[in-house]
Design a protein around this ligand. Sequence first.
Ligand code: DX5
Ligand code: ZN
Length: 234
Amino acid sequence: MPTLRFFIAKLNPIRDLGAMAKLAPSVLAADFAQLGEEIKSTERAGVDMLHLDIMDGHFVPNISFGPGIVKTIGRQTDLFLDVHLMLSEPEKYFEPFAKAGGDAITFHIEVHSNPAPYARQIHALGLQAGISLNPDTPVDTVLPHLEHFEYLLVMSVFPGFGGQSFISSALDTIKAAREHIDAHGLKTQIMVDGGVDSTNATSVVKAGADILVMGTAFFKAENRAALVERVHRM
Ligand code: DX5
Ligand code: ZN
């Protein structure tokens, strides 16, 4: 039986959790042979949401999983499901991932330079919307559109694979986005994705990130709950 906290977190993961930094494990790095147990472990560790990486072998040179696995994950947990679409035609899959139980859908500015109409499609399905940019995409391409999005997902690796090293130029992107969001009084939350671990998490949060996505660093951590606690204190 899900606890009240999970119901509240699902309805509003941000407001309920206050101003602390938040942690979203990337399930891509979980042990898929024991997926159910891995998902339960994220709950026990006290994570704030789950990050689900969807790859099409076209926008990125790798293939991961689809709506079927998202649905399976959703059956295991009431955690908020943040679906990161690394797809050339993400809009074709908004509805399947909404039906599969996604709570937020993020797509890339590199595939839709005028992203507002797509944010409206996601909102019409009752989900929150996110826009992402790759490490070599200028931050100015996303800033004018942030008012339409609940999340900005700053990539700190070139997407396609877990376990890569953090690209430190992402810190400048985070700082520029933080300044813009604060200057315009926007509610967009900054998520950072790729190579985030305990060696760089503090600088990522100091640069202005609200949510840290961690794949390898979370699932390989000796003490997952302690890692979540450390992030919550940042
Ligand atoms: C990269 C994915 C990331 C990645 C995170 O293509 O979008 O979410 O799997 O994993 P780590 O933390 O291992 O870089
Ligand atoms: Zn991701």
